[in-house]
Design a protein around this ligand. Structure first.
Ligand code: HEM
Length: 181
């Protein structure tokens, strides 16, 4: 089993833990219609946040407009209704892309918090039936949190890989050391 297979098992386990199922998938597809007009706005807003601080601005300098398109496409993918292995693979790869550019993971976490909060506010503003709004927001927060966990797993796996290479220690031994101290 390779490292992404292990991470995939964690992803499936998280879906089970949160009882993420077909109803959530349907809710997310429904949300695609509801949120479509404001996804570019949420994305632009988080780009303003990223541009406001030097530590984050440096990662996006000179390619903001192109990256906004990339991040908008990601949001639509999250509302695509399919949450199996292909979805996992795409999210894991996104994590590795951020690892490759040495983006500290806390910035991804911070931006996910921004996206979660902005999206839930938009749902509450657009969906009159509060029970329905709450169900839609629940499905969205579940998938965003699962998504964030997958991105974090990419960072985790990458760090273990580097430690294995640098120390020459077997991966299973390193994992045991981390677990048992
Ligand atoms: C919820 C958080 C985030 C998500 C879901 C996300 C999603 C993505 C996706 C889908 C890609 C394209 C990946 C690929 O081509 O394989 C990407 C690339 C990129 N993201 Fe993000 N991103 C997030 C946060 C951030 C933050 C906080 C920054 C900067 C501070 C950032 C900067 C970049 C850059 C610079 C690239 C292009 C990397 C390259 O190929 O050179 N992202 N992101």
């Amino acid at each position: 089993m390779n490292t992404s297979d292990q991470a995939y098992r964690v992803f499936e386990g998280l879906k089970d833990l949160l009882s993420f199922g077909p109803e959530d998938s349907r809710n997310l597809v429904e949300l695609r219609e509801i949120l479509a007009p404001i996804i570019p706005e949420i994305t632009s807003d988080f780009y303003e946040v990223l541009q406001a601080q030097a530590e984050t601005a440096k990662f996006i300098e000179g390619r903001v407009e192109q990256l906004k398109k990339t991040h908008v496409a990601w949001f639509f993918d999250v509302l695509g209704g399919e949450y199996g292995r292909d979805f996992f693979d795409r999210q894991f790869k996104i994590g590795l892309t951020h690892v490759r550019i040495s983006l500290p993971p806390q910035y991804v976490e911070g931006i996910m918090s921004f996206i979660r909060f902005s999206s839930v506010s938009a749902i509450n503003a657009k969906v009159e039936d509060s029970e329905k709004a709450s169900q839609l927001a629940s499905s969205l927060t579940k998938i965003l949190d699962i998504n964030l966990a997958v991105i974090n797993l990419s960072y985790h796996e990458n760090r273990l890989d580097k430690l294995t290479q640098v120390t020459g220690m077997k991966r299973a031994l390193l994992e045991n050391l981390i677990l048992q101290g």
